[in-house]
Structures are given as C-alpha cells and as structure tokens.
Design a binder for this molecule. Structure first.
Ligand code: CAP
Ligand code: MG
Length: 424
C-alpha cells in the first residue's frame, strides 16, 4: 500500500514544497495528510490496478513534516509532477481538488517553495523595481499616487481632468479603479486618449515624469487589444486585475507584453486569503504574481488603512516579492525562496490611506512602495490639487525627519488634511 508519509525524507532541490494548514474532518491528522498528498499528485480514493511501480518511484510526493497541534504539514512534490511554465496546471495539482474533499474541514495553502527549474520556467517582471525607479527617476522616496474617484461615474474628460490635477499637485502615479474598464459613460479608448494627453501636459508643466496606469481588465484578446492601444498612444503602463482575469490571462498578457510595465490589482483576493484557516495565503499569490511577471502588486497597508489584513501579511508579502531570496520562518509559516535572478516586484500600499498615515505606513513598509490615496486625495476639503500637495508634503516631512504636525504649520494643504482625517 502506497504511503505518502515519510518523516525521514529530506527534500531535494528538485522538489516543490508546500506548507499547508490542515483541519481534518473526523479522521486523524496523518490520514488527512495522506489524502491531500495523494489527491494533489498520483492518488485517488482507492488502490488502482493501473498503478505502476515506476509511477510510485518517480512521482510520489512525501509528507516530510507534520505538526498536529498547529495543524501544519509540509509536502515535497517531485518537480516532474508539474509542467514548467504552466501555472494553471501547477495550481490544479497543489491547490485543486484537495480543497473540496470530504476528508478535510479546512485547508490553507500557506506557502510554496518552487525549485529552480520551475522558477526559471517563468519570465518574472520585465522591469521590476529598478526599471520603475529608472523610468520615474525617483530613487529616494516612495512613489505616491492616486486612484481616480469616484471609482466609476466620471466621463472621459472629467477623468482626465482629475488625473491632471493629481499630477500637477505632485503625485507621480494616477490609476484607474479596479472596476473601471470600458463603460457606457466612459469608453476605454477615449479615456486613454484624454488622460494621456493630460499626462503629457502635466509632465511639461512640472518637469517630472508622470505615470498613468489604465485598467485593461477584460477578456484576454480584448486585453491584448487594449494594451496595444495604450502602447500606440505612448502609454508605458497597463493595469490588470490579476485574480479576476485569471492566471492564464495574466500569463498571456506578460507573454504579449510590448515593453509595458504591469500594475497588478488584487481585487477578489479576500475570497481566497481572508480566512486564516482556508484558501491560500497572500504570500502564495504574491509569489505566483512575481513568477508570472507583474512589475507592481497590491500587498495591503500593514493594517494602516481601510482593508482588513492578517497580521504581518503585507510586510511578509512585500519582503517576498522585493527580495533576491527569503529565509524559512517556521512561526510565520514561510518556507523561503531563492528567486534565481527573477526581478523584484514593487509593493503597492493602498486602501483607506490619507496623509496623516504616511509616517506609520513608511515606518512599517519602508520606502520601496507605491503609496496610493483615492479618498485620501480627492476627499481633501480643498479638492484634488490640494489633496495631492498634502500627500507630497507628508512624504517630504517624513523623509526630512520633521513631525507632520510641525510641517503642517507652514503647509496649509497638509494642515487641512490632518484637520479632516487626523493622524491615524
Ligand atoms: C483604494 C482602492 C483600491 C484598494 C484595494 C479602492 O481607494 O482604489 O482598490 O486599495 O485594496 O477602491 O479601495 P481608497 P488592496 O484610497 O479610496 O481607499 O490594495 O488591499 O488590494
Ligand atoms: Mg480601487
């Protein structure tokens, strides 16, 4: 009888390792681990007459670590179980049927350590952090940006005007919201045309590089058409809602990519990541997004802003996507990863941020982030230009080690923002 548990097994550099949180459903922990290892690889619910010794010998995974009290198990899968370069297939194995089995009450995929051959089968970001820094020529502070608000509703010209005001107020980046694509009241092509026109105007007036990140999220062929259109008009960036378009869609966008930076929005991740006992961690999503080749990724705000987050998640994901390698951290359920030259991705902090939060945010997340302020810019009592100024002023104060309230005494826009929203 095939046994998947071998606590003496030492993983090799050819294994893909998964760390799972497992709650068995009225069976022992060991039995639940066997079910998971089998169903995610070569097994099924019964012994098979078609099974060959060679298959067991070369493809059987090993559960090599179990901690029943914490509900943690680690499984090493031989790399031959996976098709290089095919993320949907990899996930159909290690994050597929196993979630639905009766044998399991709850199951969370906490981390994956990819072997070199699989890491190298994906492109990674085309530009990454260094490329973004080079494009913007901003090296010594976080990039600051906004999401045009309301999320949807403005027409093309109104959208472009809001973007222009944000740029001339001092922000580097303007992006579309995750649910804005091509609407009856705001058509994609016209919006891109109007907004890029305003971007060039703002660049001329300010002498600073400005970024526009148009949301191309749609059916895959349509996304390619939209990316091409942005490119034709000189746009350097595209934005994709990576979870709703799906991993294959993202892979195609990266493959087809004609020298455009990819900004990855993670709308919908909460359906997968929010439950601490079930689903998949944001760390796993971050690793996959880095392999597939986004240049920037929403990771959360380290609980500074409006979105609920598991403690430490944003910081862990930021470290993972921005480092050349990460080390195993058992208590935090992190396996570690060597990135083998895959470029680092810039972390994006967004959601409920306003200027008063900047010191806390930057203390927690450092300077290698894009900090984005939607309501925290356009909700400023004196409007978007003042909102953008207040954000830049707060960053300047932080960089120069001046307390915000002190700086605000000589910077009325920041003062007004603090009066409206406070300091946290
Ligand atoms: C932020 C935002 C972003 C969220 C996504 C929004 O606007 O545009 O989509 O930040 O969250 O629609 O909420 P505000 P996350 O600044 O007005 O909150 O980065 O956690 O995926
Ligand atoms: Mg949004």
């Amino acid at each position: 009888m095939l046994d998947y548990i071998d606590l003496k097994y030492k993983p090799t550099k050819n294994d893909l390792i998964c760390e799972f949180y497992i709650e068995p459903n009225r069976i022992s922990f060991g039995k639940a681990c066997r079910h998971i290892a089998g169903e995610s690889s070569i097994g099924t619910w019964t012994e098979l007459t078609t099974m060959k010794p060679r298959i067991c010998k070369t493809l059987k995974p090993n559960v090599f670590f179990m901690n029943k009290e914490r509900g943690i198990a680690r499984i090493a899968y031989p790399k031959e179980l996976f098709e290089p370069g095919n993320m949907p297939e990899i996930l159909s194995s290690i994050a597929g049927n196993i979630y639905g089995m009766k044998a399991i009450k709850n199951l969370k995929l906490l981390d994956i350590e990819f072997p070199k051959s699989i890491v190298k089968s994906f492109p990674g970001p085309k530009f990454g952090i260094q490329g973004i820094r080079k494009l913007t020529k901003v090296y010594d502070r976080p990039l600051v940006g906004t999401i045009v608000k309301p999320k949807v509703g403005l027409n093309e010209k109104e959208h472009a005007q809001v973007a222009y005001e944000a740029w001339v107020g001092g922000l580097d980046v303007v992006k579309d919201d995750e649910n804005l694509s091509s609407m009856s009241f705001n058509k994609f092509e016209k919006r891109i045309e109007e907004t890029l026109k305003m971007k060039y105007k703002a660049e001329l007036e300010t002498g600073e590089k400005k970024i526009y990140m148009p949301n191309i999220t749609a059916e895959t062929f349509e996304m390619i058409r939209r990316a091409d259109y942005v490119k034709q008009l000189g746009g350097e960036y595209i934005m994709v809602d990576i979870l709703t378009v799906g991993w294959a869609g993202l892979q195609t966008i990266r493959e087809q990519n004609k020298n455009q930076f990819i900004h990855a929005h993670r709308a919908g991740h909460g359906a997968i990541t929010k439950n601490p006992k079930h689903g998949m961690s944001m760390l796993v999503i971050g690793k996959i997004a880095r392999l597939l080749g986004v240049d920037q990724l929403h990771v959360g705000t380290a609980n500074v802003g409006k979105m609920g987050e598991l403690r430490g998640s944003a910081e862990d994901v930021e470290e993972e996507i921005e480092s050349a390698f990460t080390k195993q951290k058992n208590r935090r359920n992190i396996l570690g990863q060597k990135w083998h030259g895959i470029k680092p991705v810039l972390a994006v902090a967004s959601g409920g941020l306003h200027p008063g939060m900047i010191p806390d945010l930057l203390d927690k997340m450092g300077l290698d982030i894009v900090a984005q302020f939607g309501g925290g810019c356009h909700g400023h009592p004196s409007g978007t230009i003042a909102g953008a100024k207040a954000i830049r002023q707060a960053v300047d104060a932080y960089i120069n080690n001046v307390p915000l309230v002190e700086y605000a005494k000589t910077h009325p826009e920041l003062m007004e923002a603090i009066e409206k929203w406070g300091m946290n």
